[in-house]
Ligand binder design. Structure first.
Ligand SMILES: C[S@@+](CC[C@H](N)C(=O)[O-])C[C@H]1O[C@@H](n2cnc3c(N)ncnc32)[C@H](O)[C@@H]1O
Length: 245
């Protein structure tokens, strides 16, 4: 597939590849900060993403860049038709927290956490009914390649649901949100996690990442049809969904 000219996001990835967060050092405080900095909205956003899964059960789902497992666990809690989730992440530290959380919640039997690279997994093609990815695609080295990998993992007609930060369309709301991202997030994130740079990366990567129209186009290019976007909380995050052609 022909690739377009490099976007601002590509440029940021090149410039900051050495700064792209390894989530290991912030794994311990990740959940707390995630809930604090999203003012608790992330729980609701993941539930909404889970509701967008299509298909008829029993569903086999893969959750990419699962981190501490919140998307995988939201799927299992919310959807009785989800039979099993394969949840992968590149960080062993994040996965070990996810395994413990699944155990505490009595969900360990229905989820398997594996270390793997979302851009090129070792999982067989066309083996899942649905694929999810929450706040992960922005952190992979190549969003287009990751979408192609999601598509490869799905059976024909299978659904992909991607939850990711975006910038609000309303200029006033966007200005307020940017001030929050640029000043409050690195300050609070740095103080609590001890890693200010990881939270500077968060705001830079959100600002430079594909915005909704461009991301929908990327999904179509990766092989998805019926691509839709649902803006969340004035557009500070968006849920994208599409089905494998
Ligand atoms: C912001 S966290 C999101 C975690 C979780 N999905 C959530 O909803 O909170 C991003 C995760 O992406 C993972 N990640 C980054 N690059 C990855 C890759 N190439 N393959 C798999 N996971 C990756 C990181 O290790 C981290 O756990």
């Amino acid at each position: 597939m022909p690739k377009g000219p490099p976007s601002a996001y590509d440029a940021l990835r090149c410039k900051t590849s050495s700064l792209s967060p390894s989530f290991g050092p912030i794994a311990r405080t990740y959940d707390f900060l995630n809930h604090l900095l999203s003012l608790g909205c992330d729980f609701r956003w993941r539930r909404q993403a889970a509701d967008l899964l299509g298909g008829r059960g029993p569903l086999k789902v893969v959750d990419l860049a699962t981190g501490t497992g919140d998307m995988a666990l939201a799927l299992l809690r919310r959807r009785e038709d989800v039979a099993e989730v394969t949840a992968l992440d590149i960080s062993e530290e994040m996965l070990s927290l996810a395994r413990r959380k699944a155990g505490r919640n009595g969900l360990a039997q229905r989820v398997c956490f594996v270390r793997d690279d979302a851009t090129e997994t070792s999982l067989p093609a066309a083996s899942f009914d649905a694929a999810t990815m929450a706040f992960g695609i922005r952190n992979t080295p190549d969003a287009a390649q990751t979408l192609e990998e999601m598509c490869r993992l799905l059976k024909p007609g299978g659904t992909a649901v991607v939850l990711e930060f975006s910038l609000p369309g309303n200029r006033l709301v966007c200005a307020g949100y940017l001030a929050y991202l640029r000043f409050v997030v690195p300050l609070a994130g740095g103080l609590i996690s001890g890693n200010r740079e990881a939270y500077r990366y968060l705001n830079r990567s959100i600002e430079a990442f594909h915005q909704p129209a461009a991301f929908c186009h990327l999904m179509e290019q990766a092989g998805f049809a019926h691509v839709q976007v649902v803006p969340l909380t004035w557009g500070v995050a968006s849920i994208y969904s599409g089905s494998k052609r």
